[in-house]
Design a protein around this ligand. Sequence first.
Ligand SMILES: [Zn+2]
Ligand SMILES: [Zn+2]
Length: 358
Amino acid sequence: MRALVVAGVGAPPTVTDIELPAPGPGEVRVRVRAAGVCHSDLSMTNGTVTPTYPLVLGHEAAGLVTEVGADVRRVGVGDHVVLNWAPPCRGCWPCRHDEPWLCAEAGTPSVARGRTAGGDPLHVTLGLGALAEEVVVGERAVIAVPAGLPFESAALLGCAVLTGVGAVTRTAAVAPGESVLVLGLGGVGLATVIAAASAGAGRVVAADLAGAKRELAMAAGATDFLVADDTLTRQVRTLTGGRGVDHAFECVGRATTIRTAWRAARRGGQVTVVGMGGKDDLVELSALEIFHSARTLRSSVYGSSDPDRHLPELAAAVLDGSLDLGPLITDRCGLDEAPAAFARMARGEGARTVVLFD
Ligand SMILES: [Zn+2]
Ligand SMILES: [Zn+2]
């Protein structure tokens, strides 16, 4: 079967033949029907994250269960499922204290699974490797969803949507009438805009380096769009009575944008870092401004969500029409065209590309 594989740091993602093992006890095989191309996949190829190669990319997908190993209880053959890249173990300290998104066992960048057609050991992104015709995963990594949910919407629930919606509703708990700034309008950023608008935020300011994102931002529910240049924080202050926003969401994962989010938040405001950045990219804050600004700076890991609980809620919201994911998807393609999606993402173009499988 075919998968999108990267051979090493800086190598281009390439469609490659691979072999996966049969599902063992507690494992299932899923035929992937739709998979999103997420910025974290790009981070797996360009040195931001350091996984083990060769690596099957992809961690945001939905499909059909086609085979189950012994002792599988959560799903059966034919079930429609979303893949979960951070399945909580339910036994570690954070899991037992209602913070399963911080599970000590979850979120390993690459996990050994299967072989290349040449027989070399292969690794899969975040235990999934979902930009592939099939995955073999532990049953905790699949969440059943209603068969009526379109696969392309279901796929996005597994990363961009759970992350963006969770950051707004759970990590930051944005209240009606509050003002929000979202920096960086990729898939997660646009999901954050959608969530802020539907949480009743009074002003949702969306910003990106690319002016071409204006239309996407407004379709997602932004009240204002700003091109992220040197004047950004001043413009944000102008829009918010000179104060700055109640909530700034950083959906890029870079020190410079975290600084911008910090400066754009009002005194006493909240800064939520949603983007995943590099370990050597340092954010500089002075001791005086930390004290004087009284701001809160924190991150949102997987939307502070419990996927087993919150993902089915999001699926229901898509089905009843209260959550419209349309503005997130800017491109659809087959697996062979997926490398072009990485190039678009590296250039900062578009939002989500969804790879569709037959
Ligand atoms: Zn992702
Ligand atoms: Zn755990």
